[in-house]
Design a protein around this ligand. Structure first.
Ligand SMILES: [Zn+2]
Length: 82
């Protein structure tokens, strides 16, 4: 946990569009609790209990997601012409 503050500025992580929703995820900072001050990233359509998206990642998980060897497909690639 302590090593989250080492290295690059955590705010420098790029914002990517959510694959489910096609719009950029939003970065938040936790304001209370044990994780206060830590960033997390959430889809604008986050609502897993209501049929929405379940994209919700803490800083480290989001960094891992960005570093994934499988690149995210651009949203346009999911649209088939015709
Ligand atoms: Zn989403």
């Amino acid at each position: 946990m302590a090593n989250l503050n080492q290295g690059a500025d955590p705010a420098a992580l790029p914002i990517l569009p959510c694959l489910d929703y096609g719009r950029n995820v939003v970065a938040y900072v936790a304001r209370c609790g044990q994780s206060a001050g830590e960033r997390f990233y959430k889809c604008r359509n986050h609502n897993p209990s209501g049929g929405g998206c379940n994209f919700y990642k803490w800083q480290q998980a989001y960094a891992d997601h960005l570093a994934s060897p499988c690149p995210a497909a651009p949203p346009l690639a999911q649209i088939e012409p015709g």
